[in-house]
Design a protein around this ligand. Structure first.
Ligand code: XMP
Length: 510
């Protein structure tokens, strides 16, 4: 059975980080809501449980509690921040209510030797973010570290399998945080730490074969990293029973369709390339409204996909490149959010097509997907790619999408990306692209007056696309990109740089 750590989420902004850190240490981790029932946990028992922090106070009415039985299963538990407080409170210790938050660095002082602190210096920097604090430990517990503000900065039970820390070991500002997590996983919980891209691939191939049997699978390939890795993985598992459908919407970047076809021609697989650009572009004719464009792209995509799928008989499964951040059942996610943009991806297909969904990457984060892609020997040009939206350049052209505008945007975009790659900045940036703004401004080129369109450069840093900051590209590089675009791209005579963050902006302009 695969070894794993269960992270019970009390709503902390750092919950995903805890899961990330344990995976970086080679132990597979899953996030579940704090109120996950013990019976469910027992079905697939984890090797250790971590209780995350959270914004609540144990004194608030209805504040979250852990199912007490979990603490008596004999599974090692580590409570972090609110996770510590809830442990202490539920086990009969005392938690002091405080309106004042302690936020930022503190000095941790070890008061006794402990497995959790093996290799940790007697005093070290930790990161705090809490209001309430532990005044008295429950019976059978000992305080094993303190800070100036609290005598119970870390506690442990007599059995040595339940721990709690007030600070956040998962953040980089906690000097020995990774060491403490590693001590908890390997020394306290005795885990092995053999979760790697290779072991993931092995498990997945086995699971996909079991699930799919002799059935056929179709997979929508966009050329992006997620669907490419999913396809390559399933191809390893079922070979010719996988049919990959790549729909060229006519709104791809320069040479993109060819690059995708080339990358996949290396694999022995059923690769179906549908050039549907005429169809997409004719449906987009005269359309200016962003939501209408998205709807049209989404609908045509489904149509083309269905038509192709019908040509393959007896298909039972549909593969998707869904990732872990999309599926986490987290209390941090409060209800359905407002529709800002109707995203189009192959997610719209299943209800209509009545197929069973196969999502081999639903346990992974983006960089883990990239590691799996590397292990599957996908070309690095495909693996390191920035995300690209399903509707493609159609939502990066403000107003109507025309062939001429597409061609201008493709050209400008290729210069931007080329310069970012040459300077080494590309891999540091989450996503970069050009936006076509059909606003004419006056310029002068040589002795000629020009009256052309504006091109906006957009480059952001982000971890999951949910929030983003604009990338601090050097002025020199921005200058070089601007000069090249204005000189080389007919139809653009002005380049601007977008310095909006998300929120309140979004990454794409439409
Ligand atoms: P926004 O613009 O919402 O984008 O801040 C967040 C991330 O999602 C990508 N994006 C899409 N991806 N279909 C997709 O597959 C879409 O319709 C779509 N719209 C935006 C965007 O490129 C960014 O990475």
């Amino acid at each position: 059975m695969r070894e794993k750590v269960l992270v019970l989420d009390f709503g902390s902004q750092y919950t995903q980080l805890i899961a990330r850190r344990t995976r970086e240490l080679g132990v597979y981790s899953e996030i579940k809501p704090y109120n996950t029932a013990t019976d469910e946990i027992k079905k697939d028992p984890p090797g250790a449980i971590i209780l995350s922090g959270g914004p609540s106070s144990v004194w608030e009415d209805g504040s979250p509690r852990v199912d007490g039985e979990i603490l008596s299963l004999g599974i090692p538990v580590l409570g972090i921040c609110y996770g510590l407080q809830v442990l202490v409170f539920q086990l009969g210790g005392e938690v002091e209510r405080s309106e004042k938050r302690e936020y930022g660095p503190a000095v941790l002082n070890l008061v006794t030797e402990d497995l959790l602190f093996s290799g940790v210096e007697k005093t070290s920097g930790v990161w705090m973010s809490h209001g309430d604090r532990v005044l008295r430990v429950p019976e059978g517990f000992t305080a094993i570290a303190d800070t100036e503000n609290t005598e119970c900065a870390a506690v442990r039970n007599a059995g040595g399998n339940i721990y709690g820390v007030q600070f956040h070991p998962e953040v980089v500002h906690t000097e020995f945080g990774a060491r403490m997590l590693s001590n908890f996983l390997f020394q306290v919980a005795g885990l092995g730490g053999n979760w790697t891209a290779g072991s993931f691939i092995e498990h997945s191939i086995h699971d996909i074969r079991e699930r799919v049997g002799n059935g056929k699978i179709i997979c929508g390939l966009s050329g992006g990293v997620d669907s490419s890795v999913a396809a390559a993985l399933i191809n390893e598992a079922v070979g010719r029973r996988l049919y990959c459908i790549f729909v060229d919407t006519g709104c791809m970047r320069l040479d993109e369709a060819q690059e995708v076809c080339d990358a996949f021609s290396e694999f022995e697989m059923n690769f179906i390339h549908v050039d549907a650009s005429e169809r997409f572009l004719s449906h987009l004719e005269g359309v200016e409204d962003p939501e209408t464009k998205r709807k049209i792209m989404g609908e045509q995509f489904v149509r083309v996909f269905e038509e192709e799928a019908e040509k393959i008989s007896d298909v039972r499964f549909l593969a998707q490149g869904t990732l872990y951040p999309d599926v986490i059942e987290s209390v941090s996610v409060k209800g359905p959010s407002a529709v800002i943009k109707s995203h189009h991806n192959v997610g719209g297909l299943p209800e209509k097509m009545n197929l069973e969904i196969v999502e081999p990457l639903r346990e992974l984060f983006k960089d883990e997907v990239r590691n799996v892609g590397k292990a599957l020997e996908l070309p690095s040009s495909l693996i390191g790619r920035h995300p690209f939206p399903g509707p493609g350049l159609a939502i990066r052209i403000m107003g109507e999408v025309t062939r001429e505008r597409l061609s201008i945007l493709r050209h400008a975009d290729s210069i931007f990306i080329d310069e970012l790659k040459k300077s080494g900045a590309y891999d540091e940036i989450w996503q970069a692209f050009c936006v076509f703004i059909p606003v004419k401004t006056v310029g002068v080129m040589g002795d000629e007056r020009t009256y052309e369109n504006v091109c906006a450069l957009r480059a952001v840093s982000s971890t999951d696309g949910m929030t983003a900051d604009w990338s601090k590209i050097s002025y020199d590089l921005l200058g070089k990109i601007s000069v090249r675009i204005i000189n080389e791209v007919k139809g653009i005579n002005r380049v601007v740089y977008d310095i909006s963050t998300k929120p309140p902006g979004t990454i794409e302009w439409q």
